[in-house]
Design a protein around this ligand. Structure first.
Ligand SMILES: C[S@@+](CC[C@H](N)C(=O)[O-])C[C@H]1O[C@@H](n2cnc3c(N)ncnc32)[C@H](O)[C@@H]1O
Length: 394
């Protein structure tokens, strides 16, 4: 929905008369590649202020902004629909977006709230070191209904104190924690905790702090360690509220299984401009991979376990299609990881594929029937169902 905006930003960055949309996109491709390499291969100890370069800001807008928006939308819907993180006061919902860039995450939260609670006024307050990105966010906010905008230019490099009153329903850090506090730098866990704790005075008692990070091993694993810290130190100042289903440490970290860092893998429909850019970039844009965690000053209250089921579980692996069964791993509310096979005997290959396609890594699922121990693994004799969100997307 923001494609036209970013195309025009790209055109301006190229001098205003670059030609057709296709030519603009062709010319932006090298900038997208530069950013993509920065985020995935180079990952410097200190990121340059790429958002203040008009061409890189536009490249981000065309290629990464839609992905951030879609990923954050997914987490936002889950928080509102499954984890019950609905603000008590809906007269004006306030969101603080830290390292906002042009605020895809702030706008995604706002859109999810306005979809669920039609017409609810939402204020998005963006903090970033890049004034150019904040200006783009301001322009975008101006195109949306019932959206109020505020911006705070600030550099959080040395984790300065933040002056906000406790008035935010949501605070979001979308792919910014790892830039403000690198996951591989000095004391990565401690410094991340310092930053997140500094944000606590700005969060309402029933508010939610949402952190989204790349699904790279070092960033996802650090976020998991952060979440584990709040599980071990509940209420100091946060409780972990999502996406796990109970107050348990991550079983993969606890077992030293460093090949299993928890993350979501979600299918989506990339906008045409992004598809076009990717024609010669060959990045995998068919799915969105990301890790996320949410925290609050009050513990999570999950919906009651549906009658007739064995409870809620989180799918932490792909669902693999092998000949006699679907195979996957889940973590239960107590934090136990279960490796499960679900027999498919008698089903055609296409039915098995359809069955597997009903699930995505990161889903909350219910299991019904019986889990029979098979050595260290389990066989499901029954049903698995993904928990849908209100918007009927599953
Ligand atoms: C990968 S971008 C993410 C932007 C946006 N949140 C999103 O989800 O697409 C990281 C953002 O963090 C900002 N940032 C990085 N270091 C920062 C710092 N020390 N202080 C404030 N903002 C910073 C960058 O300017 C950039 O906008």
């Amino acid at each position: 929905m923001f494609e036209r905006f970013w195309l025009e930003k790209a055109r301006q960055a190229l001098g205003g008369n670059a030609g057709s949309d296709e030519i603009v996109l062709e010319k932006m491709r090298s900038r997208v590649a530069e950013l993509s390499d920065l985020f995935t291969k180079e990952r410097p100890a200190v990121f340059k202020d790429y958002m203040s370069d008009p061409a890189l800001l536009a490249a981000y807008g065309l290629f990464f902004f839609p992905q951030s928006f879609a990923r954050a939308s997914f987490a936002a819907r889950r928080l509102l629909d499954f984890y019950g993180r609905v603000p008590a006061d809906l007269s004006r919902v306030r969101i603080l977006d830290i390292g906002s860039g042009a605020s895809p995450c702030g706008f995604a939260l706002a859109a999810a709230l306005q979809k669920k609670f039609e017409g609810v006024p939402v204020e998005v307050c963006c903090l970033d070191r890049s004034r150019a990105a904040l200006e783009a966010a301001r322009e975008l906010a101006g195109t949306q209904k019932n959206l109020f905008f505020r911006s705070v230019p600030a550099d959080l490099q040395n984790l300065p104190p933040l002056q906000f009153d406790a008035s935010f329903d949501f605070i979001v850090l979308g792919w910014s924690l790892n830039e403000i506090v690198p996951a591989t730098g000095k004391e990565p866990l401690e410094r991340a905790l310092v930053l997140l704790k500094k944000l606590s005075p700005a969060l309402k008692a029933d508010g939610t702090l949402l952190v989204l990070e790349p699904a790279l091993k070092e960033t996802a694993e650090r976020l998991q360690r952060v979440a584990d810290y709040f599980v071990r130190n509940p209420g100091l100042p946060y409780y972990r509220v999502a996406p796990e289903l109970g107050q348990h440490p991550d079983p993969h970290l606890a077992a030293g299984d460093h090949e299993m860092w928890t993350h979501d893998v979600r299918t989506w429909e990339a906008p045409p401009t992004l598809e076009f850019l990717n024609r010669k970039l060959f990045r995998d844009i068919s799915v969105l991979k990301f890790s996320w965690s949410a925290f609050g000053k009050s513990p999570a209250v999950l919906p009651a376990v549906p009658a007739g089921t064995l409870g809620y579980f989180r799918l932490v692996s792909p669902v693999e299609l092998t000949k006699p069964a679907l195979r996957f791993a889940v973590v239960d509310a107590a934090g136990t990881r279960l490796q499960i096979e679900w027999p498919t005997r008698g089903l055609s290959k296409s039915d098995c594929k359809k069955m597997a396609a009903r699930f995505e890594r990161g889903d909350v699922v219910t299991l019904a029937g019986e889990l029979k121990a098979l050595g260290r693994d389990f066989r499901l004799q029954g049903e698995m169902r993904a928990v849908p969100d209100d918007f009927g997307e599953k």
